[in-house]
Design a protein around this ligand. Structure first.
Ligand code: SIN
Length: 304
């Protein structure tokens, strides 16, 4: 069997396949379909330091090559999540990455302080989501500004865990990525959903309750691969987790060759809750069939 262990900075994982934030809920909902302990890590849906109701329905809609969502970051808030959901996740054997979000720098700092007090062995990293497309004031999305991205990352320093910055595919992604690292990000998760919209032609208005939304799934695969490739070329020492359109082992191989040291499986899980395990199995099979004995033989291979 190929050795699939990977390192995302100081975080060592037994394999590079994780769930993507927002696609397996906040807790162990999918544990009856998926052995969480088999995956590299489980990334939970983003949490604020407080409960948040999210956007009006409809919130999700299938599109020809994926889906669009306007969930609006609904969640119980970190304090309740730590009490009610994390223990069950930990019991499942998952290595847990907690995704956090905020509407202000103070929110990010408050989230980090709550996590600093949590002291839970199952938590391996914090994914700092600065790129949700579904907040009411989209013009202020943190990851559209290098300065705001750097400030949001810096605000989370107190959490005491490795921090991964989740970014979206803006034209100046390389600069934003560098700003995230400047703010203290140990790794980058690339990329969040792409801004999109579907019009209900009968009603003559946007279909989703939130108006616009975030496009995910197979349609965004090449966009995500390009983002990973460009950022790896510019910042070769910064670990990258590739996400966007990963539904098979071959998709994971593409991300790794572009420069990612791990991948996340997202939209595919809505169609098949076992998708992350399938991607892992197929990745192992691909490596065996191609004589790849260790994952780092693949990471960044497309740059050589
Ligand atoms: C959402 O809950 O609106 C999606 C979160 C995200 O894309 O960051």
């Amino acid at each position: 069997m190929p050795e699939l262990e990977t390192a995302i900075g100081s975080v060592r994982l037994p394999n590079p396949v994780m769930t993507a934030s927002g696609t397996v809920g906040h807790g162990a909902e999918l544990a009856r379909y998926l052995d969480y302990s088999e995956l590299g890590a489980v990334v939970v849906k983003s949490l604020a330091p407080y409960e948040w109701a999210g956007n009006p329905p409809p919130r999700v809609h299938p599109i020809s090559a994926g889906m669009i969502n306007s969930v609006g970051l609904q969640g119980p808030g970190l304090p309740r999540w730590l009490d009610d959901e994390l223990p069950e996740l930990a019991d499942s054997g998952a290595r847990v990455v907690v995704s956090i979000w905020g509407r202000s720098l103070d929110d990010y700092a408050a989230a980090a302080e709550i996590l600093a007090r949590a002291d839970h062995a199952a938590l391996v990293a914090v994914e700092v989501n600065v790129s949700c497309p579904n907040l009411e004031d989209r013009g202020r999305m943190f990851s559209h500004s290098g300065a705001m991205t750097e400030a949001a990352l810096a605000a989370t320093a107190a959490c005491g865990l490795p921090r991964w910055a989740k970014l979206s595919a803006t034209g100046d992604l390389v600069d934003i990525a560098a700003a995230a690292v400047q703010g203290g990000a140990d790794a980058l998760t690339l990329i969040n959903t792409l801004l999109g919209m579907v019009i209900d032609t009968e009603a003559r208005q946007p279909l989703l309750g939130g108006g616009g939304g975030g496009v995910s799934g197979r349609a965004m695969g090449p966009v995500a691969v390009r983002a990973v490739y460009d950022v790896h070329a510019a910042l070769p020492d910064v670990p990258i987790i590739g996400v966007g359109g990963v539904a098979s082992g071959a998709d994971a191989v593409e991300m790794l060759m572009a420069g990612a040291c791990a991948v996340q499986v997202g939209t595919a899980t809505f169609a098949d809750p076992r998708a992350p395990a399938k991607v892992l199995r197929e990745l192992a099979r691909w490596c065996a069939a191609h004589g790849v004995s260790r994952l780092d033989e693949l990471i960044g291979a497309a740059h050589e």
